[in-house]
Ligand binder design. Structure first.
Ligand SMILES: Cc1ncc(COP(=O)(O)O)c(C=O)c1O
Length: 397
């Protein structure tokens, strides 16, 4: 009934996947009788793990007053206020149902406000599944994407400031936006250098290009998002996952002058809808999730992640693997790899699964607040064992 047997292609792990039947805290149980440590967290969304009581209660309360309405609701204000409190240089928010939609809307706002069409992305980056966002993935991702869309997107190699400068300065009046993910998972969870980010900021300012920072995943890494850790200010910031408390969500957060593009009280404003955008359940759950994730919790999780990364790296380095990431996000990859072969990713997924550890199919692991040091040590042990099992089979992937 479902293509390939899956409701989302991103579930795919090379062999028929187990089905989740229940989750609680940092644990998930599947239909094969396995109890798993959930470090997948629905692709990093569940910052407070599964079925957190306060989030569940907030969602129930909102739901019992009506799941969604066709007039605005006050929960939107609450989440907007919390989000803007964390991103003080930005002025306004529009909610969407997913990160994909947030990025799609941000690009349209940038294009409309600049009157330009071209967009720079980093090669291998992932920004959801809208047509533009698929281009950095290369030809295997762009079947079905119109040629004109592909031609309007310029992928530059990650951290190559010269290529970025050359792209923008060759046609400064053609570029509407530069889109950056500061910790791109699809590109092997390699960190963007401060120099590259600063180059992007400077070029954007100089040439009137909109700097979009995509924090759909990375917002969890700092109180002011990961861009706060870099000290860089986006013109538009896209986010999602964490800010919905586990419910469908996305958001474009931006400078007032840009967000005015979607202000319906202005003549000729851009259409932005979404029957379920800003729905009370996602908004209420998201507000509790953010309140329960203050600076102290962010730092605690980040330190646990740093410790796990060091400890697993010590054990797997001689086998030709490394653990990348930042703070509470970790990923095992063959040392130095920019792109990890899908079959290697899948082998590691299954070796982890056999050891009771659940990651994303690309083995992105995220920590959640129900985890303490003992749980994270346990994750590190299981991950190191799984990596060594794969390395033993194929030392360099
Ligand atoms: C950086 C980034 N942008 C956008 C998206 C798309 O978000 P969603 O899956 O909510 O559509 C993702 C999803 O993983 C992402 O990692």
């Amino acid at each position: 009934m479902l293509p390939g047997g899956y409701g989302r292609s991103t579930y795919y792990t090379g062999q028929p996947s187990p089905y989740a039947v229940r989750g609680e805290g940092y644990k998930v149980w599947d239909d094969r009788g396995h109890e798993l440590i959930d470090a997948n967290n629905n692709f990093t969304s569940l910052i407070h793990g599964n079925a957190h009581p306060a989030i569940t209660e907030a969602a129930f309360t909102a739901l019992s007053s009506g799941a969604s309405w066709g007039i605005p609701n006050l929960y939107e204000w609450e989440l907007a206020e919390l989000l803007l409190g964390r991103l003080p240089h930005l002025d306004q928010v529009r909610f969407t149902n997913s990160g994909t939609e947030a990025v799609m809307s941000a690009i349209r706002i940038a294009r409309a406000s600049t009157g330009r069409e071209r967009v720079v992305v980093t090669k291998g980056g992932y920004h959801g599944t809208s047509d533009v966002a698929l281009v950095p993935g290369g030809p295997s991702y762009t079947r079905g994407v119109p040629r004109g869309v592909i031609e309007d997107v310029t992928p530059v190699p990650l951290n190559d400031s010269t290529a970025l400068r050359r792209a923008i300065e060759s046609e400064p009046d053609a570029y509407a936006a530069i889109i950056l993910d500061l910790l791109p998972n699809r590109a092997g969870l390699l960190r963007i250098t401060e120099e590259f980010v600063q180059t992007a900021r400077d070029l954007a300012t100089k040439h009137g290009v909109v700097l979009i920072i995509d924090e759909v995943i990375s917002i969890r890494l700092g109180l002011n998002g990961f861009s706060g850790e870099y000290g860089v200010e986006a013109d538009l910031l896209t986010t999602g996952k964490t800010i919905g408390g586990g419910f469908a969500v996305g958001a474009v957060v931006g400078l007032e002058a840009l967000m005015a593009e979607v202000d319906p009280t202005r003549t000729g404003s851009l259409p932005h809808g979404g029957t379920f955008s800003g729905n009370p359940v996602s908004m209420a759950a998201g507000a509790v999730a953010l309140r329960l994730y203050p600076e102290t919790e962010i730092q605690r999780l980040n330190e646990l992640g740093d410790g796990a990364r060091r400890s697993v790296n010590d054990r797997v380095a001689s086998a030709g693997w490394e653990i990348r990431g930042s703070g509470s996000l970790l990923r095992a990859v063959p040392s130095g790899a920019e792109k990890v072969a899908e079959d290697v990713q899948h082998r590691l997924w299954w070796e982890s699964y056999k050891r009771g550890l659940l990651g994303s199919p690309a083995n992105l692991l995220s920590l959640s607040t129900p985890m303490d040091a003992a749980v994270v040590d346990d994750i590190a042990d299981r991950l190191a064992d799984a990596v060594l099992a794969v390395a033993h089979d194929a030392p360099r992937g």
